[in-house]
Design a protein around this ligand. Sequence first.
Ligand code: XMP
Length: 538
Amino acid sequence: MQHDKILILDFGSQVTQLIARRVREAHVYCEVHPCDVTSDWVREFAADGRLKGVILSGSHASVYEVDDRAPDAVFELGIPVLGICYGMQTMAQQLGGKVEGSNSREFGYAEVRAHGHTKLLEGIEDFSTPQGHGMLKVWMSHGDKVTQMPEGFKIMASTPSCPIAGMADEARRYYAVQFHPEVTHTVQGAAMLNRFVRDICGASPDWIMGDYIEEAVARIREQVGNEEVILGLSGGVDSSVAAALIHRAIGDQLTCVFVDHGLLRLNEGDMVMDMFEGKLHAKVVRVDASDLFLGELVGVSEPEQKRKIIGRLFVDVFKAEASKLKAANAGSQGASFLAQGTIYPDVIESGGAKSKKAVTIKSHHNVGGLPEQLGLKLLEPLRDLFKDEVRELGVALGLPREMVYRHPFPGPGLGVRILGEVKKEYADLLRRADAIFIEELRNWIDEATGKSWYDLTSQAFTVFLPVKSVGVMGDGRTYDYVVALRAVQTSDFMTADWAELPYGLLKKTSGRIINEVRGINRVTYDVSSKPPATIEWE
Ligand code: XMP
């Protein structure tokens, strides 16, 4: 179960996680840690002999503004190091070179000339000049630049405005680039990272999801022994994959609790039960708590208050179920583990030492703090995995693709898609309208890519607006509700563009909703990007 590993030190760039994803795509295991870990920590991390290389990330800051440096141990272990952007600058400065500040920033597409046939770039190019120089199409984003290389380094890449756009000391296996190989705009970026981790570091490419199941199953069995586990199943990707994996490991020692808060999508509850109880034969307790949730939401229209009520009730219901299960199993100890679908980005974000002074735009519905309240130990079998790996794992575990590649759905469910006060009548109308929209997105195939518009969008849904508008149907006047369709494209959900859906698709969806869902007589399309709008309306 021991993998070779790459350490990625995070200096605070927005795209550090992408480095890790590219490394994992090369089937090499890696971990992201904050740049201010100590040298002792690094040595300890390397003590098992599995650490094959280090990557220093970029940063939004200048080496003159902050004093973040790589721990000295990084340069004492005798293993390869790759510096990216800020990582290159700090490497240069720490090893005796010079970095100069600049008022102007180079930002965006650049063509870089490769020099010196270094092992990192050898044979990797996008095109070559008539003089035979290999050229790379890259993404640059920097203000400062290295003006003098440390001893032992030679130029590896350059542009007219950044003569030292890459440098290498091949004897020590230190490489650095001013551009960002981790972003897809750098066309050969994945090839460069692949070259670094596999050929230069010599890390073995043994990080494969199909094999990972066996490893994870063994680990879960060892951790759980013959104790019992409960898991809150929401129907979302993470909790579903966690449930399937744990069930594979320990079968009936797992009990899933599925809380139906009355704010789920059309037929969602039945689908979850059918999959987990029907097909996987897992133990699932379905709790119909819709009256409780909808009752507590009467008269509440403020979004944050709604979110808090839903979050609190969820915890209450879950706790009550957990103690019921314990009572029903008199004689046995009841569950001693609570399983959660925490994934690696959550781990990186909560462990990040860089001060994240973000304001709370929306309080997220999650079950933080629940294990302590319940006196349970935590089981988080997905904590090493990125979302795309979780999906791959789900498919490998036999979950249907359609479930595993579903768009994200917020914890408070339709509660934040019904503006203002939530009523059952509204939720019922919204569920039907939304199901039509999703069905049309799945059916509408884009000719250029051969993909459905469901797959071409990152998230799509319908929002219920509690206002009435006048319409005409047949010979009669209608005075009914309005819905908004929302579809966005995004890679990280931090920023998002509204999707340019085909007019034909919008037309068909709107026609079907108005004809099939009595009570809605107007459909609008949301053309707001994030920022300044958010993806959900509340
Ligand atoms: P916003 O609306 O903040 O949404 O642009 C960004 C992403 O987060 C999802 N979202 C949530 N997910 N619990 C969740 O698990 C929540 O309370 C929650 N609120 C928003 C939203 O659907 C989008 O994918």
